[in-house]
Design a protein around this ligand. Structure first.
Ligand code: FAD
Ligand code: SIN
Length: 546
């Protein structure tokens, strides 16, 4: 058994920033399922929204966030997170993050981008590869701390709770408490037990639940699924944000065309080259994301086209190459010169607004378990996240969670956690059963639980996922665990949570659009969709401990 003070699951912005804050004096293990930089954070393009200019104010940022959130944000959480933004940005810069700058009237100043739903320029960015620069800076800082140990290619399987561990419950005296996690070392194919007094879920989102996504392969909703299995509350999973502009090219996997391109004047057009957003919203191509994604979906369905176009050719080539070097060079690799021709784009699953229910300090319902970043649901985003508010949330809430655990440390203890029991599991005999179910879930979610929903499609999805869940549970018992099997089990759980939440909200609000109830219902404003695992079902992984 490996024993640490803090076990951090995930090495994106949320996990790394928290680790840096608690590392001295705490001993921290960061467990991450691929290489340390591989995360949604690493692919973030547009930047971090925060008030840094004299023309802007926290009040205007709050107003924009509440408007995007369509009546479901928690205003006190919005105010707390946005107000803390500037101080945390200053800290990020001190750690080594280099944001793009420009010449201002009083010398060099931060360059501010604009994105949909923001009424001011307030997006701090590192050209169009902001996330890569965040990961570079934070990983360099973490490498300089001797008491942070990073375990790459280690995938967390399940949380260990006092309830699950049986005897340990008596020792802690708590009804339930998180004590650590079982982790698969992917290189050695062994399962290790990590014990810690505080566990942080910083496992990011679940874009891979959908067939088309901007997210990298790590985004399989593992943290949400693990927390749900451990008994934590999960909220608002119906609010899946579809980014309007993912590159449409048969060979391009999940490449985003940043909203900042529209912020700099990019115009959405149909295949015939006719702009169409003026029919949908006064802000046209810079309307909030849910509206733009639905408009594109509608245009594609009406015309039978499989994509639309994003045209930024009116800007000088030199500006585009300087401002969007990553997008320019990646599109060129696929034969598209963004300085001369429009970019083919489609909407794709991008961000999970719901997640594990937490306070603004990252506390979940289970003592000892914190969640921060995309895995968490604090109430900042409501029914629709304002662009570039997620990196800000990860940054601020990681700081606040660290402050919280410093002020209220979880009890230290040397619990004898039960080792993982493989039971009678065998090697998977046919990988095709795993890959088939992966594909089936992702297509079913895209077709039935996508941008526009209906009751009939959601009910169909519910019965399909119930069958798939039965099969997947059987594999989980019969086969020795692999990362593919673990992720399949997690995407199935998250798919079920999304479907159940969507069926539980009889209205359209923000990102959840149901043709059977096309309008918001005032009775549902400020009402979260909260799900907890029924106690009677027991916890699947605890059976392995029998
Ligand atoms: P992540 O950065 O996703 O990190 C999750 C970590 O957990 C990874 O290290 C992963 O390997 C690890 N992990 C997951 N499961 C396990 C497991 N079972 N065991 C061990 N490790 C695990 N937001 C903005 O605010 N501005 C932007 O400009 C922006 N652009 C984006 C562009 C793209 C293409 C994408 C995909 C997202 C973008 N977002 C943006 C959203 C934003 O990047 C994410 O919401 C944010 O980075 C999430 O940070 P995180 O630390 O919570 O999770
Ligand atoms: C983008 O650059 O368009 C992504 C911004 C975000 O998801 O917040």
């Amino acid at each position: 058994m490996k024993q640490f003070d803090f076990l951090v699951l995930g090495s994106g912005l949320a996990g790394l920033f928290f680790a840096l804050k608690v590392a001295p004096p705490g001993r921290v293990a960061i467990v991450t399922k691929k290489s340390s930089a591989e995360s949604n954070t690493n692919y973030a393009q547009g930047g971090i929204a925060s008030v840094t200019s004299k023309e802007d104010s926290i009040e205007i940022h709050v107003r924009d966030t509440l408007r995007a959130g369509a009546g479901l944000c928690r205003e006190e959480v919005v105010r707390a997170i946005l107000a803390d933004g500037p101080a945390r940005i200053a800290e990020l810069i001190e750690i080594g993050m280099k944001f793009s700058e420009r010449e201002g009237s009083e010398g060099r100043e931060l360059d501010l981008g604009r994105e949909g739903g923001h009424s001011k320029r307030r997006i701090l960015h590192a050209k169009d590869a902001t996330g890569r620069e965040i990961e570079r800076a934070l990983l360099a800082a973490a490498a300089a701390r001797p008491n942070i140990e990073i375990f790459e290619n280690h995938i967390a399987i399940d949380l260990i709770t006092a309830q699950k561990a049986g005897g340990a419950a008596g020792e802690t005296g708590a009804a339930n408490r998180c004590l650590g996690a079982y982790v698969l070392d992917r290189n050695r194919n062994t399962i290790e037990t990590f014990a810690a007094r505080t566990v942080l879920l910083a496992t990011g989102g679940c874009g891979k639940v959908y067939l088309y996504t901007t997210n990298p392969d790590i985004a399989t909703g593992d943290g949400v699924a693990m927390a749900y299995r451990a008994g934590a509350a999960v909220a608002n999973m119906e609010f899946v944000q579809f980014h309007p502009t993912c590159l449409f090219h048969p060979k391009a996997k999940s490449f985003l065309i940043s909203e900042a391109v529209r912020g700099e004047g990019g115009i959405l057009k149909n295949i015939a080259g006719v702009p169409f957003m003026d029919k949908y919203h006064p802000l046209k191509s810079l309307a909030p994301r849910d509206i733009v994604a639905r408009a594109i979906d509608n245009e594609m369905k009406k015309s039978g086209q499989d994509h639309v176009l994003l045209d930024i050719t009116r800007k000088p080539a030199a500006f585009l190459i300087e401002r969007f070097p990553n997008i320019h060079s990646t599109c060129l690799q696929y034969g598209i010169d963004i300085t001369r021709e429009p970019i083919p784009v489609v909407p794709a699953a991008h961000y999970q607004c719901g997640g594990v229910v937490t306070t603004v300090d990252g506390q979940t319902e289970i003592p000892g378990l914190y969640a921060v970043g995309e895995a968490a649901c604090t109430g900042l985003h409501g029914a629709n996240r304002l662009a570039s508010n997620s990196l800000l949330e990860a940054l601020v809430c990681a700081h606040r969670a660290a402050e919280r655990v410093r002020a209220h440390p979880d009890p230290a203890g040397e619990w004898a956690l039960p080792p993982w029991q493989p039971g009678h599991a065998q090697n998977v005999d046919e990988m095709v059963v795993i890959s088939h179910n992966w594909d089936e879930i992702r297509r079913m979610m895209w077709d039935y639980v996508g941008i526009v929903r209906t009751n009939k499609r959601l009910q169909r999805a519910r019965s399909r996922i119930a069958n798939l869940q039965e099969e997947i549970q059987q594999y989980y018992w019969d086969f020795i665990v692999t990362s593919d099997l673990l992720e399949l089990r997690n995407i199935a759980t998250v798919a079920e949570l999304i479907i159940t939440s969507a069926l539980g909200r009889p209205e359209s609000r923000g990102l959840h659009y149901n043709l059977d109830y096309p309008n918001p219902d005032p009775a549902w404003a400020q009402r979260d969709t909260v799900l907890r695992k029924p106690a009677a079902g027991g916890n699947e992984s605890s059976k392995r401990l029998d």
